[in-house]
Every structure is written in C-alpha cells, then in structure tokens.
Design a binder for this molecule. Structure first.
Ligand code: FEO
Length: 386
C-alpha cells in the first residue's frame, strides 16, 4: 500500500474501508475512507489518523515515504475515533512525535480516550512552522464535535477540513476529478444531512472561514480530495447550511395490512395534485438515513403508522427518534394511520413531530380498519385545502 502524492511533499496516507455498510446507524452503501495526510518538511507532520483497525494500512502508506519515527507532529483535527482510533498504535511507531490538538476540547477528548501522550494544545488561529510551510489551526466547534478544528497550509493552499466537505465513498480514485462528480455530490449531501445538519449554523460559520482563505485543495477526512471542484462543493455547502424548506414533501410510513399504505398513497397523490414535489418512503424498504437526506430541503414531513399493541410500529418509532435529533427548523407535518381498536399510534406520532419542532399543518388522519372510498376522498380534499 502506497502513499498518494497530492502536491509536492504532501501525501494522502489514509485507509479505504471498502466493506463498511453501517456507520453508527448511517448506511454507507458505497463504503468509506478515513483520510490522513503526511507533510514532508523540516518538521514532518501527520494530519489525523484513521479508525483503529486500519492503523496498519496508515503505517504502510507512511512507510512508503518516510520512517514513522521521523514524524515530529501528529495533528488531531477531531477526536472522534474514525480519525483518532489508530492514535495509540501510531504513537508506538512515531516515538518522537507531539500530538497537536485544539484547546481545550481536543486536549480533554484525547486525554479521556487515550491518556497521556506528548501533547501540544493550540488556540484559535495559532500557527505552527514546519520549515518551508506553516499550519494554521482554525476552530470549527460542532462540525462535528466540540473539539473540531481545520488545519490550513497557506503555502500549499490546502485546507485539511476533517469532517467538513466529506463523503462516505470508497474509491480507487483519490481526487474529485477521478470519480463521478454527481455520485460524490450525492454522497456529500447525504453526509451533510446525517452528520452536519443539526450544526448548520456552525457549519455556515466554517464556510465563512473557508471563503476567506485562498484554497486550491480541500483535503477532507472522508472520501475524495477536492481539487477540481472546490467551487462546486463550497457552493453546495452554502446551499445546504441554509436548510431551506422548499415546496417538497416526504410521506414516511410502515403498514401491516396495507391500510396505512393506502392512506399514504392517497396523501402522495393529493400532494402531487397540489403541485408539491413528493417522495414516498415505506420504512420496510428504505433506510432512515436515506430518508433524512431528503429532510435537508423538504417542508412537509408526513408520518404514518398503524397501531401495534397500543403503540406505533417500531420502525416508525426509530425513524422519528432519528428525525428528532436531526430535523432543521421551519418544517411542517402531520400524522396518519389505520387502526383496529385502540388507535393510539397516530397521536403518538403527532406528539413526536411536535416535540421535534414540526408545525402540525393538518389534524391527524385516523381511519379504522380498511379506509373507505369516502374516507380517502376526504383525505384528498383535506390535503388540497391544506
Ligand atoms: Fe468523521 Fe466526526 O468523524
């Protein structure tokens, strides 16, 4: 396994996780990478590490350029273990290295995870001279944890952005111009919606910081390196950080005997008739992390569940729990479902939508047993009048 040169003396030395399909609840259908970077200068520097099981891959790529013992600094932009998990093993080989991290959150996080090492805590905009290059450390708290920072190298015009601008995407090409741009942007959008969306205000601040820098390359910690489409990903982030609610809807449901599904179909058709762009998600067939990607710019979140043992279906409960943690402001929605006797599920769904900050724009639709034509006609009329 070899390092990949990005610019003269700067290398990608990360790991490719071709097989991962679940990243703490997020489906990674195209795998993932954990990117780390090596800068050869008077002071040799490693930026970030990788997930613990991939330490050997990182070391092999580093060794294709330099003996790890010669590394002077290991910069930790982010404590989360997909970037720091290999740190204890790496430090056994980087015997002379100092770990550079943000103050105070990075220090606190690394100490809690890995205990004592030789640390250097850096403050906002502090510069570290490597010889012919400098590294400037810029805090980006909550993109994605409190400790996050990005590292900027002005001489190379490279922004080592960690989670920001990343995508879960395993590929043989390391650069944005070696892979299909539409697929990369699709994965970057999914990544944003599932990882960064709750912190859009902070992400917007990070974009402002990046916009003020002269950047030729964005070397994020996941997916491809941006060198030919820096403007496209920056523009996409400017759009995504707005979380703008467009005239779009998602209808999300589970069903036991197709009655709730029939209501979902009626709602979907009525929304189409109303001119709303709508997507239909049966939770038996769709993963919640794919559905959440749509919430990024969707105004109406419409959720249905039949009643199962006095409760909503567990699939719907899981979706709503995930939604509640990620949902942006300014969304509307309502609950619907079929029931046999108790019918508690529909009210439960509505309560969680409200608790998530969703404005209820239509009284809940509760229909007993199999919906009649008259009942479905009334659903259509109510949607058209909404
Ligand atoms: Fe890629 Fe927040 O870790």
């Amino acid at each position: 396994m070899k390092a990949v040169e990005i610019t003269k003396g700067v290398y990608w030395v990360g790991a490719i996780d071709w097989s991962v399909r679940n990243f703490h609840g997020y489906t990674t259908n195209r795998g993932a990478t954990y990117n780390a970077y090596l800068i050869i200068d008077e002071k040799i520097t490693l930026i970030d590490t990788v997930k613990a099981p991939f330490a050997h891959e990182l070391l092999e790529r580093v060794r294709s350029v330099v003996d790890p013992e010669k590394i002077d600094y290991v910069v930790s932009n982010h404590v989360e273990m997909d970037h720091s998990g290999a740190l204890p093993e790496i430090m056994q080989y980087c015997k002379n290295a100092t770990v550079v991290t943000s103050s105070p959150a990075g220090m606190k996080g690394l100490m809690a995870h890995y205990g004592e090492h030789k640390y250097k805590a850096v403050s906002a905009n502090e510069t570290l001279n490597l010889g012919s290059r400098n590294l400037v450390f810029v805090p980006t708290p909550m993109v994605h944890w409190p400790d996050n920072m990005v590292t900027y190298c002005p001489e190379e015009k490279i922004l080592f952005s960690n989670d920001a601008f990343g995508q879960h995407y395993a590929s043989s090409g390391r650069f944005d111009d070696e892979e299909d741009l539409n697929i990369i942007l699709e994965e970057a959008r999914k990544y944003y919606a599932n990882i960064v969306m709750p912190y859009s205000r902070q992400a917007s601040g990070a974009i402002d910081i990046a916009a003020g820098l002269d950047i030729s390359i964005i070397a994020s910690s996941h997916g491809v390196i941006w060198r030919s489409h820096v403007k496209e990903i920056m523009d996409a982030y400017k759009e995504w950080t707005k979380c703008e609610a467009k005239e779009k809807a998602i209808v999300v449901f589970d069903s036991m005997w197709h009655s709730t599904e029939t209501i979902a179909q009626t709602i979907t058709e009525a929304l189409k008739e109303k001119g709303v762009q709508v997507k239909f998600f049966d939770l038996k067939q769709n993963h919640m992390s794919d559905i959440l990607t749509e919430v990024l710019d969707t105004k109406y979140i419409i959720v249905g569940s039949p009643t199962l043992n006095n409760n909503m279906m567990p699939t719907v409960a899981g979706f709503l729990c995930y939604l509640k943690g990620l949902i942006p402001k300014g969304r509307k929605g309502f609950a619907f479902g079929s029931y046999g006797w108790g019918g508690q599920s529909i009210g439960q769904v509505e309560e969680i939508l409200k608790a998530a900050g969703c404005e209820i724009c239509l009284p809940m639709i509760r229909l007993q047993y199999i919906p009649t034509k008259e009942e479905l006609d009334k659903v259509r009329e109510d949607i058209l009048a909404m």
